[in-house]
Design a protein around this ligand. Structure first.
Ligand code: SAH
Ligand code: SF4
Length: 408
């Protein structure tokens, strides 16, 4: 168990803090043993941290005041990441700059309402899909009585994958997030919005939260911490089927993922229709080409109605022509067992990135070609574009746009 976080207080003194949030039950048992407490105390602490989402040790009322004081004296803290800056979009999307215990920052995004464009595009098909789900799940409870939102979560500070169109790539990789830091982003945002994930306390319909691991970083290059975070978040009350992880195609991790019993849904960033174009936009293709990528997906056993999403960032003149759409169809035909679905994402421009946005008519033609080919294809709704909160626009724009309007 490592407690690396050294913080500097405003008076200049430093202290070593030991964050508890994110620790596995075995580790919490060890902590309790240090205070000569029985193992069931670890279960109580686990419940307070990961189910109740307490923000300070004082709030862990299942432990005695004395024990809490002793723990605090030893440097133990809950240690949730802290939201230090917030920007709110006209569409309700909120983007947070979240500070970790060593001062590094990542971004987390709250997208209220639908599913944050993960599936919806405002089209009749998406609206129908959402309607069906709402009816089945909420059983005629008015939507206003419960919150519905998608949270976009980061998995690393920066990213090592170096996709040529991506702003996060420009940061390089600084470090992996711990499981507690990945799940902690979610807990911090849920607390901010007073989200109740379970019914009770006068609330008949729990709030409905989806998670997308599509923020900064490549989750499958931080696999163990990422999967540990998933298990923590299931404990927090988000079912794994309401989570989606996006990967650029890290084949060994996909192979491990296919063996997991508790796992999010999978989205794969395809972004090109052949190896030549993909090598140019995603150099990682030289390590694992499209064939190897598709092959690694085959062993995945899907839940009923689950499908694998292929994300496709449209780059003007590079991968957005009908010949590319036909190549995508040919690829999808190779993997019918994965019930492939395509999410088209209009590229968000960023500083120092030499691509251009696709023409609207090319986007529409691309979508229709795939639909005619028999594949569900949606155009990802850009959420919070005015605050640069769309995927791939994280963190770097904060550094680049310090004048951004912030609230709280
Ligand atoms: N590293 C993972 C998850 C984070 S990126 C991955 O690559 O899948 C999440 C999604 O944002 C990916 O599909 C990526 O292709 C897309 N993306 C990155 N930069 C973008 C940009 N500038 N405009 C639009 N989409 C972008
Ligand atoms: Fe990393 Fe994903 Fe950006 Fe590629 S698109 S550089 S994998 S964050």
């Amino acid at each position: 168990m490592a407690f690396p976080a050294t913080t500097r207080a405003t008076d200049g003194t430093t202290s070593t803090q030991k964050p508890l949030f994110g620790l596995a039950i075995e580790d919490l048992r060890e902590v309790m043993a240090q205070f000569n407490e029985k193992p069931y105390r670890a279960v109580q602490l686990d419940d307070a941290l990961h189910r109740q989402r307490v923000e300070s040790l004082d709030a862990v009322t299942s432990l005695s005041t004395e024990l809490r004081a002793q723990m605090a004296a030893e440097g133990y803290v809950v240690g949730l990441p802290e939201i230090v800056q917030t920007a709110r979009s006209v569409d309700g999307t909120e983007r947070y700059l979240v500070r970790l215990s060593d001062g590094e920052t990542v971004e987390t995004v709250w997208m209220p309402g639908g599913d944050g464009g993960e599936r919806g595009d405002g089209s009749a098909a998406a609206a129908e899909e959402e309607q069906e789900e709402a009816t089945a799940e909420a059983d005629s409870v008015p939507a206003s009585e419960y919150k519905r939102a998608t949270i976009c979560v980061s998995s690393q500070v920066g990213c090592a994958v170096n996709c040529q169109f991506c702003l996060t790539a420009k940061l390089g990789i600084k470090r992996n997030l711990t499981a507690g830091e990945i799940a902690g982003q979610v807990a911090a945002v849920l607390n901010r919005h007073g989200v109740e994930l379970r019914s009770g306390r006068g609330k008949s319909t729990p709030d409905r939260i989806n998670l997308v691991f599509m923020g900064m970083g490549e989750p499958f290059l931080n696999y163990d911490n990422f999967m540990a975070a998933v298990r923590l978040l299931v404990k927090t009350g988000v079912p794994d089927a309401r989570m989606t992880v996006s990967t650029s195609g890290i084949v060994p991790s996909i192979e491990r993922f296919a063996q997991e019993t508790v796992r999010p849904k999978l989205a794969v960033s395809l972004n090109a229709s052949n190896n030549e174009v993909r090598e140019a936009v995603m150099p990682i293709t030289r390590k694992w080409n499209i064939e190897a990528l598709l092959e690694s997906l085959r062993p995945l056993t899907l839940r009923s109605k689950e499908c694998v999403t292929f994300e496709y960032v449209l780059l003007g003149g590079v991968n957005d022509q009908l010949e590319h759409a036909d190549e995508v169809i040919a690829l999808m035909r190779q993997i019918p067992e994965l019930r492939p679905k395509v999410n088209l994402i209009v590229w968000n421009p960023g500083p120092d990135i030499a691509y251009s946005q696709p023409k609207p008519e090319d986007v529409a033609a691309f979508q229709w070609r795939l639909r005619e080919g028999g594949y569900r294809t949606y155009i990802r709704r850009p959420r919070g574009r005015d605050i640069y909160a769309a995927c791939g626009q994280l963190k770097r724009t904060v550094d680049a746009e310090p004048q951004l309007v912030t609230i709280g």
